[in-house]
Design a protein around this ligand. Sequence first.
Ligand code: DX5
Ligand code: ZN
Length: 218
Amino acid sequence: TRPIRIAPSILSADFARLGAEIEAIDKAGADYIHVDVMDGHFVPNITFGMPVMAAVRSYTAKPFDTHLMIAPADPYIAAFAKAGADSITVHAEAGQHLHRSLQAIKAEGKRAGVAINPATPLSAIEHVLDDIDLLLVMTINPGFGGQTFIPATLDKVRQAHALIGARPIDLEVDGGVTVDNIGEIARAGANVFVAGSSIFAGNDPATYASRIAALRAA
Ligand code: DX5
Ligand code: ZN
């Protein structure tokens, strides 16, 4: 099994103080900074793009785990790489040529990830298992923070873990992760845990370290 990583999602950060929020979760023990990019087309919400990512890049040395909820994604991969992404995850549902998107990410020298929505079966990504560094199993329908973990996705995490086998692939979950379910999700085989509202709720930096520690302990 691969090392446990906690990836706070800045979707739930205070955008007016985004640099300071990123600095705060870095100091609080975040392993990765999860960056949710939404286009109002692939998902019913809009967040931010490359200029905002570039603007906050200097506030931490931790990896930017970039989750692209945009379609098409390919035209923006190089720009997100340049803006400071360390891994770039595209959705299997976001384009017709997944292998090509992953090659484009690798051509930028970045870790390549693929995400699948709750409605998408694992068979959609079986053909790229030898081309990815990260598999993101969405445990909510993407678009918003603060939603409830969909229980049926737990079995998909289990199946994804089996499918990955001995390959050096991070298995990431995103959506509704809390101290109450993170242990069960870890036992199902996930090792990277995105958490937005369960870390940033209230946006009080004094609470971040204990919340990250509690998730890690659970
Ligand atoms: C939702 C995003 C998530 C979101 C998770 O589409 O991909 O990363 O921030 O938020 P929580 O942890 O609050 O469910
Ligand atoms: Zn995300």
